[in-house]
Write a protein that binds this ligand. Structure first.
Ligand SMILES: [Zn+2]
Length: 121
């Protein structure tokens, strides 16, 4: 079991591999999901474990009949789906932060205007 962290990923192989089952069942959430996703995407060792688990998993669940049992292609499809989900969540978070910053600026301006009006009455 590789226990040394891979450069550029913030999660250890052992943790990522422990998460693979929940990852495939889509029960991972938030940061845990994001870290696991990027680790599995970038780590060759874990990618192999993931493909193994995935082929085992799809044998029983038959995710996509049209694609048959092309595990590698199915897994790529699955990873893309999760990746999209993570990205759209990030986008939502970013726009929330932008919205909050704009609101704070507007409130600050209003307070400033009120203060100036009071000062120069
Ligand atoms: Zn790994």
């Amino acid at each position: 079991m590789g226990s040394s962290p891979t450069i550029g990923t913030q999660m250890q192989c052992s943790t990522a591999q422990k998460n693979i089952n929940s990852f495939l069942r889509e029960t991972l959430k938030g940061n845990e999901l994001r870290k696991t996703y990027y680790h599995l995407k970038n780590c060759e060792t874990c990618k192999e474990v993931l493909l193994d688990e995935f082929s085992f998993y799809t044998t029983f669940n038959d995710l996509d009949r049209d694609l048959g049992f092309n595990y590698e292609r199915n897994l790529k499809k699955f990873m893309d789906k999760i990746g999209e989900r993570i990205k759209s969540r990030d986008d939502k978070l970013t726009s929330k932060y932008i919205f909050a910053s704009v609101m704070i600026c507007i409130m600050f301006l209003i307070i400033l205007i009120i203060a100036l009006r009071i000062a120069y009455k």
